[in-house]
Design a protein around this ligand. Structure first.
Ligand code: RP5
Ligand code: MG
Ligand code: MG
Length: 279
């Protein structure tokens, strides 16, 4: 399939803005396209200078391709081009310049926790898929409030934050609603969650994400890590409750037919294959 499908969605999320259509054969920057004239858009929330966003280029001089103070402006995919002081999307044209909804020029770093367990029947036995004859995995999925798509409960890495902490924090906020919990509940959530996230996770992806918010100058990157509950008695017992930017949360069977946000289905494919599960 053609690269960067979601990052070329015509309607820019949360706006009335239409991207300039980029045909499959013009995605690659290496293909000459003299007439290419993308629309420029940076969302008002970003221009309002929230703490998570960069100022506009010109009023500050970020150090691209390096660790810029606490802000990591390096890409997981190596050096990206900077033209006239503006970073260029390493994967493709998107039909839109500026930052759109993204705060950072260049890479915007996220982390995606993939919490899994085996699907079991009422007797506690693993369930095998009737066609593939492989055991079925389930993962904790959230329904994003912004686009109503099912997704991993991921989120942005705060400046200076360790990815291992982002994974745990975002899972707690979006799938366990830790932000609205009482101090006692917070303590209980923290106890159970540190055991799971303290275990060695399986890193299944690190790099560029095909996110609908991407632009020619700002894009999402992530580290996706799988934390698996083999026996079904650690995470499986956590009381799921949607919070923050999640409207719903539930265990969902992993299957190739799932349609998920951004490139999340690709991460699940890697998990399913590594764990010899149904895909
Ligand atoms: C996706 O956006 C990442 O894979 C991650 O799931 C998510 C992070 O953005 P927010 O959830 O903070 O909006 O590209
Ligand atoms: Mg979040
Ligand atoms: Mg999120």
């Amino acid at each position: 399939s053609a690269p960067n499908v979601k990052a070329r969605c015509l309607q820019y999320p949360g706006s009335e803005i239409q991207r300039v259509p980029v045909p499959d054969d013009k995605v690659d920057w290496k293909i000459d396209w003299h007439m290419y004239s993308p629309v420029s858009y940076t969302a008002p929330v970003v221009l309002n200078k929230p703490v998570w966003a960069d100022p506009d280029i010109g009023s500050f001089s970020p150090r691209f391709n390096s660790l810029d103070g606490k802000v990591d402006r390096r890409s997981h995919e190596g050096e990206y081009r900077v033209e006239n002081g503006i970073p260029i999307n390493p994967h493709s044209r998107t039909g839109l310049t500026g930052r759109g909804l993204l705060g950072r020029w260049g890479p915007n770093h996220a982390a995606d926790p993939i919490v899994t367990r085996w699907k079991r029947d009422s007797a506690g036995l693993r369930v095998f898929h009737p066609v593939s004859k492989m055991p079925v995995l389930q993962f904790v999925s959230i329904k994003r409030k912004d686009c109503l798509e099912w997704a991993l409960p991921g989120g942005m890495v705060d400046p200076g934050e360790l990815v291992s902490l982002t994974l745990q924090r975002e899972f707690s906020e979006e799938a366990l609603n830790s932000l609205d919990a009482s101090p006692e509940e917070t303590e209980r959530i923290h106890e159970r969650i540190t055991a799971l996230f303290g275990s060695q996770g399986l890193e299944v992806y690190k790099g560029y994400v095909d996110d609908p918010r991407n632009t020619d100058n700002s894009w999402m990157e992530t580290v996706a890590v799988n934390f698996h509950d083999e026996t079904g008695n650690s995470v499986s017992e956590l009381p799921l409750q949607a919070g923050d930017d999640a409207g719903q949360v539930q265990w969902i069977d992993i299957d190739s037919a799932l349609s998920l946000y951004a490139s999340h289905s690709h991460f699940l494919e890697v998990v399913a294959k590594k764990r010899n599960a149904h895909w």
